[in-house]
Design a protein around this ligand. Sequence first.
Ligand SMILES: Cc1cc2nc3c(=O)[nH]c(=O)nc-3n(C[C@H](O)[C@H](O)[C@H](O)COP(=O)(O)OP(=O)(O)OC[C@H]3O[C@@H](n4cnc5c(N)ncnc54)[C@H](O)[C@@H]3O)c2cc1C
Length: 409
Amino acid sequence: MSRVQDLLTPIPAAYHTDERQAIQEKARQFAMEVILPAANELDPIQGQIPEEIRKQMGELGFFGIMAPKKIGGLGLGVFEYCLVTEELSRAWMSTASIIARSAMARGLPFPDAEEKARLAARGEYLGSFAMSEPDAGSDIASVRCRAELDGDEWVLNGQKMWVTFADGADFLIVVARSKPYDPAKRHSGIRQFVIPKERGSFPEGITGNPVPKIGYHGWKTWELALHNVRIPKDYVLGGRGNSSSSSDDDTAGFKAAAQGMAVPRVHTAARAIGCARGALEDALAYTQQHERLDQRISDLQEIRFKIATMATKVEAARALTYSVAHDADRGVMRQREAAMCKLFASEMADEVTNEAMQILGSSGYTTEYPVERYWRDARLTRIFEGTSEIQQKIISDSLLPRPARKREK
Ligand SMILES: Cc1cc2nc3c(=O)[nH]c(=O)nc-3n(C[C@H](O)[C@H](O)[C@H](O)COP(=O)(O)OP(=O)(O)OC[C@H]3O[C@@H](n4cnc5c(N)ncnc54)[C@H](O)[C@@H]3O)c2cc1C
C-alpha cells in the first residue's frame, strides 16, 4: 500500500483556513481524477489540453481565483492561486499555466473591458504574452519590436519568440517600442500593446511557426512575425496609447513589465513544486511496487535516504512559497523574495525530478512512466519567467553594490 498521502503535509497552521483546505482538496481531486489521465495520454503525442478540461476548470473557478467576485471570480489571493497551481501542476504543468492567461484580461483598453474580464474569469477569454524576441529574452530592454503611431493607429513590426498559446488565445499582449531603439535610453518607450484576435488563427499581418520544444506540451509555443499590424491607438495597457513621445516618465512601460513578473514568479515556484511532488509521489509508489534481490526497492537504505532528501526539499520550497504568497496577499510583494522563491523551487524541482528518474532506474528513462514528463516540465521552470541566473542577479543586486569595473593596475 502506497504511503503517498504522507507527502501531502497539511497547510501550516499559520496559513490554514477551511476555505483554503477546501479549494486545495477540490483542485487535488480534479487534477488526479481528470487531468492526470489526460496528461498521460496526450503529452506523449503532443496533444492539446482538451476543451472539456478547460471548461471544467472554468466551472471550478480556477481561472478566476484572484478575480473579484463582482465579475464572477473567487475573490481569493496569491496563496490560493499557488495552492491550486501546485495541484494542477502535479498532474500536468501546462494546465497550471493556462489559468494564468485569464489575469491578462483585466484592465484591457477595450470598451467592453468588464465583459471581457468576466469571460476571462471563467476561462472563456484568454491572452498570450509576447515579450521575448530572438535577441531579447532575459533583457527586456533589448526589445526591438517597433510600434509607430500613424494617425489614429499603431503600426507594429518585428519578430517575437517563444509566444506560448499565441494560436489559441483571444488576444495578444505584445511588448514593443514606441520610439526607435536608442542604446543610451534602452528602457525608454517600451509599452504593452493589445492585439485582439480570433481564437485558433492569427490576425492580418501576423504569421507564425510553432517551436519544436521538448516538453510543456498541451499547447504550442510560437515564433511570430509581425508585419504592419494595425491596432487603434488606445489599445495600449496603462492608458498611454495617445503618445509616442511623452515628456513624463517614459520608462513606466518597462518598469510595469519588469514589476509585473513578481506574481508569475511565485506562480512558477508553485508549478515547479507540483512537478517535483508528482515525480516524488510516483517514485514512492514505484519503490513499494518493485523488488530487487527479493527486497522492495523502498527497503534499500540509499533509496530511503534519497526519498527523505527529496521530500525535505519539496517542503522547504513550499514553505518559502507560502511565505511569499502570504505577504503578497497583505500587499507586500518584494521582487527579491519572489526571485528567491522562483530560484529555489525551480532548482529544487530539477533536482528532485532528476533523482526520481534515478530511483526508477531504466524505467525512469522510458515514456512508460510519467516521471520523465515531470523532469522535462520542471526543467523549463529554471528557464522561463526569468532564468535562474536572472533571479540570482536580482537577489545579489539587492544585497550588494553593483559590480564596479576592474581597476586598471
Ligand atoms: C517553452 C517556453 C515557453 C515560453 N513562453 C513564453 C511566452 O509565452 N512569452 C514570452 O514572452 N516568453 C516566453 N518564453 C521565453 C522565456 O521567458 C525566455 O526564453 C527566457 O526569459 C530566457 O531568455 P532567452 O531564451 O533569450 O535566454 P538568454 O537571455 O539569451 O540567456 C542565455 C543564457 O545567458 C544567461 N544570461 C542572460 N543574461 C544574463 C545576465 N544579465 N546575467 C547572468 N546571466 C545571464 C541566461 O541565464 C541563460 O543561461 C518561453 C520559453 C520557453 C522555452
